[in-house]
Design a protein around this ligand. Structure first.
Ligand SMILES: NC(=O)c1ccc[n+]([C@@H]2O[C@H](COP(=O)([O-])OP(=O)(O)OC[C@H]3O[C@@H](n4cnc5c(N)ncnc54)[C@H](OP(=O)(O)O)[C@@H]3O)[C@@H](O)[C@H]2O)c1
Length: 219
């Protein structure tokens, strides 16, 4: 599937540990990155300058308005503070995990047998949601990057319902330095979450294929 060049501008909502580490990998890979927190970009400017040089701090609404892709990298308990209208027609990556020590107990996520991203999609009332980055520690994301074909290259699972959207995100994952392994339904994304074998495991693509199914062919 030809997807080259479809994504250039990426808006990341959340300028914390995960958002800034994703920002750095995207900037290194040549993407145009904006970072937004919950409010005034003045609060993000210094964080961006120090932890993700090259990323522009903007209001979330402005960052998403001209983005080809939006990455959600905020704590799940803060999701209700996101203005859903700005995500309506956007391709969105859900990098978030339900983490009760931080999020508290949230019944919708406790009961989410098909994974937190299915709940996120319902809460946000959006259609184009792809789940990735979730099984990787923010501190591993940069040091574990390897060029394509490197014998120690690791894998990254990418789950979503649209083969086209999954392929676009898979290309981004490949560009930042991982072998993407596509899971062909968003509801298979629970396998990327805390408490499951992939989480924190730093798996290769073959490791991911060995514990998940079914998968798209994104070659
Ligand atoms: N830690 C890991 O290794 C890891 C790995 C994979 C996934 N995750 C998941 O990634 C998510 C983020 O974790 P983190 O450790 O990066 O959190 P964090 O360091 O606490 O950062 C949270 C960020 O979210 C921002 N935020 C809150 N509400 C927002 C809104 N409505 N719009 C835009 N930004 C908003 C905060 O900005 P303000 O300061 O303005 O509130 C802050 O910049 C969590 O769901 C976590 O479970 C974590």
């Amino acid at each position: 599937m030809e997807t080259e060049g479809l994504i250039n501008r990426v808006a990341i909502l959340g300028a914390g540990r995960v958002g800034t580490s994703i920002a750095r990998t995207l900037i290194d890979a040549g993407y145009n990155v904006t970072l937004a927190g919950s409010g005034d970009p003045e609060n993000v400017e210094m964080i961006a300058a120090i932890t993700a040089p090259g990323a522009a701090a903007r209001w979330a609404r402005e960052a998403t308005a001209d983005a080809d892709l939006v990455v959600l990298a905020l704590p799940l308990h803060r999701l209700p503070t996101v203005d859903t209208a700005m995500l309506a027609d956007r391709l969105v990556i859900d990098a978030m995990n339900y983490w009760p020590p931080v999020d508290g107990t949230i019944a919708a996520f406790e009961d989410a047998a098909t994974g937190s991203s299915v709940v996120v999609r319902e809460m946000l009332q959006i259609s184009r949601l792809v789940k990735t980055f979730n099984h990787t520690g923010y501190h591993d994301l940069e040091p574990d990057r390897r060029p394509s074909g490197h014998p120690e290259r690791l894998g990254m699972a990418v789950a979503g319902d649209s083969p086209q959207d999954v392929a676009v995100v898979a290309e981004l994952i490949d560009r930042i330095g991982y072998d993407p392994v596509a899971l062909d339904r968003l509801e298979l994304g629970w396998q990327l979450q805390p408490g499951n074998p992939l989480f924190g495991a730093r798996p290769t693509a073959d490791d991911i294929r060995a514990v998940t199914s079914p998968v798209f062919d994104v070659a």
